[in-house]
Design a protein. Structure first.
Length: 125
């Protein structure tokens, strides 16, 4: 755990959900899509609409937590890892942990709901 890491993670998560709120608000949606398109690409409103239609967003903490705590994530990750090994993206399967660092402190990949939970509860420092 790095100093400031928790605050940084929570800030990123909180920003993500704020963007999702703006996308869900019809009064702010177009302005938000245009701003994102200008900042991160050369895409206009129509193209950004296509991007967000084709992208699966888990736009609330509850939806994100359901994914992280659900039974499907380990099954999906097995397929992802198998694909990566078969296509020589990685040499061997990484260690994957589901839950906080007490589950496997040395995991190469960890799906940890702790920070989303803190943002949801308003416990961000």
């Amino acid at each position: 755990e790095k100093k400031g890491g928790e605050a940084f993670a929570c800030a990123v998560i909180e920003a993500y959900y704020e963007v999702n709120k703006a996308l869900a608000d019809t009064a702010k949606r177009d302005e938000t899509l245009i701003a994102i398109g200008e900042k991160f690409s050369n895409l206009g409103l129509e193209q950004m609409e296509t991007v967000v239609e084709q992208t699966k967003f888990y736009g609330t903490p509850d939806k994100g937590l359901a994914v992280l705590r659900g039974a499907n994530l380990p099954k999906i990750m097995e397929k992802v890892v198998s694909f990566c090994i078969a296509h020589d993206i990685v040499e061997k399967a990484p260690s994957i942990s589901y839950g906080d660092s007490s589950k496997d402190a040395n995991a190469a990949v960890r799906f940890d709901p702790t920070f989303i939970e803190k943002v949801k509860q308003g416990a961000v420092k």
